[in-house]
Design a protein around this ligand. Structure first.
Ligand SMILES: [Zn+2]
Length: 320
């Protein structure tokens, strides 16, 4: 099937407003500094428990920063983290934020089988829901690893009752991306149902999609890159941005790995860690942000809201 046949891009044509401003999505991928994909070659999963964990204090600091700005967001929690620190998951939820899943073991989707993916999804959701007692409706793959080679993952997500996915980045990158994918939140129809896709944010420049959605792009490039990019999406295109960040990105004191990293990995992970918090505080003042469910304008699960209505996960939920 062609991409055009899969996509109904009209589903979120009208942006949700916060006063006069477009509401953008604030998202956090809750994982520890040693769990990033770039360290996969150096840090076996069996050794995770032996590292000094910083995820709770860093996430709590992010919660404080967002609280000070009156901002709520979506926290995609790694299942392994939820299992180790259920109180953290509860704290996030009680502070009024939305919980979603970042998978269990931070495995790249295009490197595992559909069966293993389903297992990973179930284990993560089980841990997050057990910790907080609220339903998990959204998913983001580790390192945006839903690519052309792993679009089957969308079918698994639909079957597992997910309402939205935030795993596709419509850019060219060495580890992820589908450069010609739709750039704004949209509905994808698959064989067994529909799902919202919430792609990482880009602006069009010189016929290319350039990433402005957070993470390394926020930390490594000047602040104006993100600021102007979001402004352009909101003002010129009338569309929401989807911004993402990791708790370890505001932690310049995090322990360094006891191995020699490649210059590129070193640069991407450690550069400007001391600048992120100040930039984030500024960003939260300059734009309006909320959780993904509000940007997608989830209402009650009624027939008028078909994706929620059809999802086996939300059918029995009361949204009043
Ligand atoms: Zn991650």
């Amino acid at each position: 099937m062609t991409q055009a046949a899969l996509i109904n891009d009209g589903a979120t044509a009208r942006p949700v407003m916060a006063g006069a401003r477009v509401l953008n999505a604030m998202t956090v991928d809750v994982e520890d500094y040693f769990q990033v994909s770039a360290f996969d070659d150096y840090v076996p999963r069996t050794s995770w428990s032996s590292f000094e964990s910083r995820v709770c204090r860093n996430t709590e600091r992010l919660l404080d920063i967002m609280d000070a700005a009156g901002t709520r967001g979506t926290f995609f929690v790694l299942g392994w983290v939820a299992e180790q620190y259920p109180d953290l998951v509860r704290t996030i939820s009680l502070a009024g934020h939305e919980l979603a899943s970042h998978g269990y073991a931070h495995r790249l989707v295009y490197e595992i089988t559909p069966e293993a993916f389903r297992e990973d999804l179930r284990r993560a959701r089980g841990a997050i829901e057990a910790a907080a007692g609220v339903p998990v409706l959204g998913y983001r793959a580790p390192s945006f690893s839903i690519t052309r080679d792993s679009l089957w993952a969308l079918d698994v997500l639909v079957e597992e009752g997910y309402v939205y996915d935030a795993s596709i980045y419509p850019i060219r990158h060495d580890r992820y991306g589908i450069p010609d994918w739709s750039r704004h939140p949209h509905v994808i129809s698959r064989r067994h149902g529909r799902i919202w896709e919430v792609p990482g944010s880009t602006v069009r420049l010189g016929g290319m999609n350039l990433p402005i959605g957070g993470g390394g792009y926020f930390r490594l490039l000047p602040y104006g890159w993100t600021n102007r990019g979001i402004d352009r999406l909101n003002a010129s295109e009338g569309r929401p941005a989807v911004f993402y960040l990791h708790p370890w990105e505001i932690d310049p004191e995090q322990p360094r790995l006891p191995v020699r990293l490649s210059a590129m990995t070193e640069f991407r992970h450690y550069r400007n860690l001391n600048k992120t918090e100040t930039r984030l505080r500024r960003l939260l003042k300059e734009f309006a942000f909320g959780p993904v469910s509000e940007v997608l304008n989830f209402g009650p699960a009624t027939p008028a809201n078909p994706i929620l209505w059809e999802s086996p996960k939300t059918k029995r939920l009361s949204w009043d």
